[in-house]
Design a protein around this ligand. Sequence first.
Ligand code: HEM
Length: 130
Amino acid sequence: MEQKEIASREDIELLVNSFYDKVKADDLIGFIFNDIAKVDWPHHLPIMYDFWESLLLDTGKYGRNAMEPHFELNKKIQLQPAHFGRWLQLFEATISEHFTGEKAELAVTRARSIKGIMSLKMEKINNPEM
Ligand code: HEM
């Protein structure tokens, strides 16, 4: 497949859709989305398009709290470093399959950084003695 720059809403949609195709089929984290959170995809996907469009194309469309649903989810299943590791691996694989260029690199940088913060927050909640 030919890689392209991330330059439009359509590119963002391709990124998000391809990423969640991998997530849903994944043996380590798929069940969290499918069976525990039972994600309402038609509701969730447009939120994720807005999120990544804001981060990568500066459109300011996302004005929600990205951490909050993860704290709620973590009450149902403790999110582990291995889960976050796989999440990032699938994200990076999606980017390198489809995209190239500065925005593609920015997407990976942003994903790594938010993943790092989120993973650390959950580790602290889940291991209060740490
Ligand atoms: C193992 C890791 C992760 C799991 C299992 C996970 C799972 C979920 C679930 C179940 C939702 C709620 C979907 C719904 O509304 O029903 C969600 C929302 C979201 N996730 Fe994650 N997530 C993970 C990591 C991340 C990371 C690292 C990021 C940052 C790039 C991220 C960004 C978001 C955003 C922006 C939302 C939407 C929040 C909103 O409602 O505004 N997630 N995630």
